[in-house]
Design a protein around this ligand. Structure first.
Ligand code: G3H
Ligand code: 13P
Ligand code: ZN
Length: 287
């Protein structure tokens, strides 16, 4: 059942567990996420980026996700969300398509600009009952910075600023930077748990951790205990998909030309990855 992202996040926050927000780009990944959620009886968020909307067509991928969720898992709460919307144009496009939840990512802008633009997005979205996630501090990407030593202080969320940001913008959820990074990228050896605790004390909102593909169970539990109630995962499922295809192509003699076999096997690997993550997050059985 398509369910408000705000409701999914707040239930997780109250219940002391986290949900996964998994990125999709196509039918196979979407089915893998939905089937994993169904098997685990787990609420789930399925999200798309601007690049995916360009690739698949915004309405096409939105309706694909919606139809697959409604048809295959009517009993499972499924949230649909725009991930990392970086302009008002993409937010408006998603509002017109019917997205019930968006992220406005102003994390690369000055504090004043991020605040103002996020506030504008909330002003557009809330009257239409669309949930808004903001980001403060910034979660680095591969390619954006050297792979060597990172000056993590430049990226971290400031707790007092986060409280001001949440209050002034009226956002429904906040993405935080505590040493996490996108992709299989050198993260801070130990996340800044104290900082997260301080944010959690000052900001009474669901807190989101981006870049969770390489987060193992131990770290996951530590941050759930300090207020994280949603983990964003993309790279891990992409890798599962691509590794499955790469494995099939290695064995040229037995290579199937049935695309459904190749992509079906890849789908299965993505499903296994999603189920493993849901196990870490503690969302199984919560649907
Ligand atoms: O953080 C989000 C994604 O991993 C980046 O994905 O290549 O679809 O923009 P993208
Ligand atoms: P990873 O690709 O590191 O899992 O990050 C995903 C993400 O943060 C999507 O917003
Ligand atoms: Zn992200």
């Amino acid at each position: 059942m398509i369910t408000s992202v705000k409701e999914i996040l707040n239930k997780a926050k109250e219940g002391g567990y986290a949900v996964g927000a998994f990125n999709t780009t196509n039918m196979e990944t979407t089915r893998a996420i939905i089937e994993a959620a169904k098997e685990m009886r787990s609420p789930v968020i399925i999200q798309m980026t601007e690049k995916t909307l360009e690739y698949a067509g915004g309405r096409a991928i939105f309706n694909l996700v919606k139809n697959i969720a409604e048809f295959y898992a009517p009993e499972i709460p499924v949230g649909i969300h725009l991930d990392h919307g970086k302009s008002l144009e993409i937010i408006n496009r998603c509002v017109n398509i019917g997205f019930p939840s968006v992220m406005y990512d102003g994390s690369r802008k000055s504090y004043a600009d991020n605040l103002l633009l996020t506030k504008n997005v909330v002003g557009v979205c809330h009257p239409k009952d669309i949930c808004v996630q903001g980001e403060l501090g910034s979660v680095p990407y591969i390619g954006e910075t050297e792979m060597g030593e990172i000056d993590w202080d430049k990226y971290m969320t400031d707790p007092a600023q986060a409280a001001d940001f949440a209050k002034q913008t009226g956002i429904d959820a906040l993405a935080v930077a505590i040493g996490n990074a996108h992709g299989f990228f050198k993260e801070r050896a130990i996340p800044d748990y104290d900082r997260l605790e301080a944010i959690h004390k000052l900001v009474d909102l669901p807190l989101i951790l981006h870049g969770a593909s390489d987060w193992e169970n131990g770290k996951v539990k530590e941050v759930i205990a300090r207020g994280i109630c949603c983990f964003n995962v993309d790279t891990a499922t992409r890798l599962a998909f691509v590794n499955s295809l790469a494995g099939a192509f290695k064995d040229q003699h037995n290579l199937s030309f049935d695309i459904r076999k190749l992509l079906g096997d890849a789908q299965e690997e993505v499903k296994n990855t999603v189920m493993k993550k849901m196990g870490y997050f503690g969302s199984g059985g919560k649907a």
